[in-house]
Design a protein around this ligand. Structure first.
Ligand SMILES: Cc1cc2nc3c(=O)[nH]c(=O)nc-3n(C[C@H](O)[C@H](O)[C@H](O)COP(=O)(O)OP(=O)(O)OC[C@H]3O[C@@H](n4cnc5c(N)ncnc54)[C@H](O)[C@@H]3O)c2cc1C
Ligand SMILES: Cc1cc2nc3c(=O)[nH]c(=O)nc-3n(C[C@H](O)[C@H](O)[C@H](O)COP(=O)(O)O)c2cc1C
Ligand code: SF4
Length: 424
């Protein structure tokens, strides 16, 4: 995630300038436009693409035809590819649920055209809408916010994650191209479902944060981690984060870098010698906020992939983030946080301005329960088998996907959305 696009092209150029055989440039060249720029600049004779072709094996063909917007861009998450390799698992892809299962997962022709209602336009709902519509169903996508993307709008904020924005751009294009009926600013209720009379409802309503019952958790200086990314929470000088999983660690980096020099300002100030490069570099990397992360488990980032975890923890180290593991938070006061340390001793962090909790999420699947309870009498019990998880009732199929089914990551959300939308 951290490696910028085309970052190592200078190496190919250096070799090319010293030999007389064709040189290929590789790594993080993930769009035809970037490939073209490198070739036009004479930095290499040809381009290698790895992950870009896992995300979209048809990229070269689409580029040749000029169908650039149709390309499903790799977002450099490493979750389905490199992380799986390190786990000795088959390669998959967060952008391409078919990767590695091309024959088995091909789109199936539909038996009858259905009226499909999708509640929630996060990655799960968006992928289900794309696949159901590509197969020929009538698709209506409902989103309570004014924009699509769900948590994609949040996860592209932490440093090094901006490429998740590409997913929102891609899906915006697919919605228009495929003629998916998009209803923004519409919070779906059971009454709306009843009035709409769909054949199939996908519940893709995401998750809600879980608050641990710590005395003081409802104080006015305590916020959910995501509120910082969505700019709904203030940032203090001395900040405590409860929870050292993926979200807590991403937040720690965000806070520790907060207020640092922008790259543009860095370029300007060093180019015109307003600042010494060494001083400017320090200001570029570090902000001035104090951050302490309290984690109850002995290890940090247990839900992070191997390729990402060491990068993030390394960054935290550099930024001076303080981690305390095997601790139990006992109280949040007006300007302090108390905890029991790994030896069982009561400790206190004083002069705390803000506390953020990143203590996990739970499925937001009430609407699925309500639809079945209020209006539809029968349903098939769900289990882990996708085929059986399509919960059939008298009048409608209700299918929970993404975090609404089980809070995980975009990788699982997209995969399940693809599989279930390919079955209806
Ligand atoms: C800080 C953070 C960082 C993360 N980083 C990563 C990462 O690096 N990689 C990764 O793979 N995953 C990451 N995740 C997890 C990932 O964001 C989720 O797993 C994923 O977004 C789930 O997708 P979803 O579509 O199920 O739900 P969401 O993205 O939550 O979307 C649900 C949508 O449903 C809408 N909605 C809810 N109720 C209704 C209703 N009644 N009517 C209409 N609309 C409704 C919501 O407004 C929302 O737009 C991160 C999560 C967080 C919080
Ligand atoms: C799933 C996967 C497995 C890889 N396995 C190897 C490998 O065994 N040996 C190796 O030298 N490079 C390996 N690579 C690196 C690629 O050969 C290539 O250098 C790199 O992925 C190019 O960068 P890109 O993916 O950004 O285009 C692998 C890459 C991926 C995505
Ligand atoms: S899993 Fe992520 S990094 Fe790997 S190919 Fe797919 S989008 Fe790219």
């Amino acid at each position: 995630m951290d490696v910028p696009e085309g970052c190592y092209t200078y190496l190919a150029e250096g070799i090319k300038n010293n030999v007389s055989i064709p040189i290929f440039s590789s790594n993080r060249i993930n769009t035809p436009e970037l490939a073209e720029q490198i070739l036009m600049a004479g930095k290499a004779d040809a381009i290698c693409m790895g992950r870009a072709l896992i995300a979209d094996p048809y990229l070269p063909m689409k580029a040749k035809k000029g169908e650039i917007q149709d390309i499903m861009n790799c977002v450099a998450c490493n979750q389905g590819c490199f992380d799986n390799v390190f786990k000795m698992m088959p390669v998959s892809c967060l952008r391409n649920a078919r990767a590695g299962n091309e024959a088995r997962m091909a789109l199936k022709p539909i038996k009858e055209k259905k009226k499909v209602m999708i509640i929630g336009a996060g990655p799960a709902g968006l992928e289900a809408a794309r696949i159901a519509r590509m197969r020929g169903h009538e698709v209506h996508l409902f989103e309570k916010d004014a924009k699509i993307g769900g948590l994609l709008n949040i996860i592209c904020i932490p440093p090094g994650r901006s490429e998740f924005k590409k997913m929102i751009e891609n899906y915006t294009y697919w919605i228009h191209k495929l003629g998916i009926d998009l209803h923004l600013q519409t919070e779906v209720t059971v009454d709306i479902v009843k009035e709409f009379r769909p054949d199939v409802v996908f519940v893709a309503t995401g998750s809600i944060p879980t608050k641990v019952p710590i005395p003081g958790i409802d104080r006015k200086n305590v916020y959910w981690a995501n509120d910082v990314f969505s700019r709904d929470a203030p940032i203090g000088n001395n900040n405590v984060i409860i929870g050292g999983g993926a979200t807590g660690i991403e937040l720690a980096i965000y806070l520790a870098k907060y207020g640092s020099l922008s790259r543009k300002a860095f370029e300007f100030l060093t180019l015109y010698k307003a600042l010494e490069p060494e001083i400017a570099l320090k200001m570029l990397y570090k902000g001035n906020k104090k951050v302490t992360v309290l984690e109850q488990l002995p290890k940090l980032g247990s839900n992070l992939g191997r390729t990402t975890k060491w990068v993030l923890l390394d960054k935290c180290d550099f930024l001076g983030v303080k981690f305390l593991t095997s601790v139990k938070v006992t109280e949040i006061g007006e300007d302090f946080v108390s905890y029991t340390d790994n030896k069982g001793t009561e400790q206190r962090i004083n002069d705390v301005d803000m506390v953020y909790y990143a203590t996990g999420v739970a499925s937001n699947d009430n609407i699925a329960k309500e639809i079945k309870k209020v209006y539809y009498a029968t349903e098939t019990a769900s289990n882990d088998n996708i085929a059986n998880e399509i919960e059939e009732s008298e009048k409608v199929e209700v299918i929970r996907i993404g975090d609404a089914q089980k809070p995980q990551t975009v990788l699982e959300a997209v995969e399940r959305a693809y599989k279930t939308a390919n079955k209806i």
